[in-house]
Design a protein around this ligand. Structure first.
Ligand code: PLP
Length: 394
């Protein structure tokens, strides 16, 4: 085949060339080449999916349900999602046109953005932020406008900060509570204050609530349960985190039917439907999974308290996060940048953490550690980090 003069690089679209690969990946490539590494890096439960969820999926395969499901997801699953949201948040969504089952919440986020963004529309992202928000906005031709959440406000967005960045091109905002990477949970009062600004400027909200089940100190408040917000919110959730189902790739989006039906167009042409066997597992998860979810959350809670105490005792200030399974300690006292800290810690002590800088500007000076890791491994990781700090600070 004659490929002379053919440079594949020239065939990449400009918007893809300018997107940076995820900063997390470099560390994992490094960690994979090393022995005896304890990873506090990956954001996923350390549990195998509960047996009854797996069995429901196996049964569906045995019965031969191996075909495509309806584009929007199995009707039974959409009905279960509708009941689940009504029982949890008193929010009524019609299974017929207001709920879309997706390939992870990742797909829901991506197609929500692709459905609402016109070229040049501004979407507000609060940094430190989950790594995919800004790239998906840029790939859809939108403009990312960032706000830096501040540690002295427990990384909670302040309404005045929001007021300052809104322009006539602002279309919406992505809010993530419980938050990745900080673990911060916005309570009802926090949400009400933010909602006031959102309503005043007639904006749309993408509420990423993928960690909603993992909320420790109070029952979780959804953005859609704040008066006036349900009709202007795309609620994004899924089974990966709370139900320990990351590999099943199943999420969902709920919202006003016009928007969900718009998202359905993108979904049906790009994806067709979420995996059918995963949808059967999810039905079981919603019907009978709350007991198992509560047990997992209780265990994360014990680990949360342990790791926060350890970091503070070794002199790295760390706020007690209200949800998810991440802590975000301040490492600036070591004099190292977050990337230097993470790289040195990995090389010297074989502990993998994620430098805060990969989550945007507001993340510099911090590291993200996931404590969804076996307790004995967490203890060993803490010993190693303490040894590293003692050596670094001397
Ligand atoms: N949103 C947040 C905040 C996340 O942390 C993640 C995964 O880490 C996702 C969305 C995507 O999760 P999934 O596609 O597995 O539902």
């Amino acid at each position: 085949m004659n490929t002379k003069g053919f440079d594949p690089e020239n065939f990449l679209a400009n918007r893809i060339k300018t997107i940076k690969p995820s900063g997390i990946r470099r560390f994992f490539d490094l960690a994979y080449q090393m022995d005896n590494v304890i990873s506090l890096g990956v954001g996923e439960p350390d549990y195998v999916t509960p047996l009854n969820f797996r069995e429901a999926s196996i049964l569906s395969l045995e019965k031969g349900y191996t075909a495509y499901s309806p584009n929007a997801g199995l009707i039974q699953l959409r009905k279960e999602i509708s009941d689940y949201l009504y029982n949890k948040f008193n929010a009524k969504y019609s299974f017929e046109n207001e709920i879309l089952v997706t390939v992870g919440s990742s797909e829901a986020l991506d197609i929500a953005i692709r459905t609402i963004v016109n070229p040049g529309d501004e979407i507000i992202v609060i940094e430190p932020s989950y790594v995919s928000y800004s790239p998906i906005i840029e790939m859809a031709g939108g403009k990312v406008v960032t706000i830096q959440a501040l540690a002295n406000f427990d990384f909670k967005l302040q309404p005045e900060q929001l007021e300052k960045v809104i322009t006539e091109n602002t279309k919406g905002i992505i809010i993530c509570s419980p938050n990745n990477p900080t673990g911060t949970v916005l309570n009802r009062r926090d949400l009400e204050k933010i909602a006031e600004v959102i309503v005043k400027h007639n904006l749309l909200v993408l509420s990423d609530e993928i960690y909603a089940e993992i909320s420790y100190d109070a029952p979780f408040t959804s953005m859609v349960s704040i008066p006036g917000m349900k009709g202007r919110t795309i609620l994004i959730n899924g089974f990966s985190k709370g139900f320990a189902m990351t590999g099943w790739r199943l999420g969902f989006a709920c919202g006003p039917s016009e928007i969900i039906q718009g998202m359905l167009k993108v979904h049906q042409y790009s994806i067709m439907c979420a995996p059918t066997m995963s949808q059967f597992a999810a039905i079981e998860a919603l019907r009978n999974g709350q007991g198992q979810v509560r047990k997992m959350v209780q265990s994360y809670n014990d680990r949360r308290r342990y790791i926060v105490k350890e970091f503070n005792e070794m002199g790295l200030s760390c706020h007690l996060p209200g949800g998810a399974f991440y802590v975000f300690p301040d490492i600036s006292s070591t004099g190292l940048s977050s990337e230097e800290f993470a790289e040195k810690l990995l090389i010297d002590e074989h502990v993998a953490v994620v430098p805060g800088s990969v989550f945007g500007k507001g993340g510099e000076g911090y590291i993200r550690c996931s404590y969804a890791t076996r307790f004995e491994l967490l203890q060993e990781a803490m010993l190693r980090i303490k040894r590293f700090i003692d050596k670094e600070i001397l």
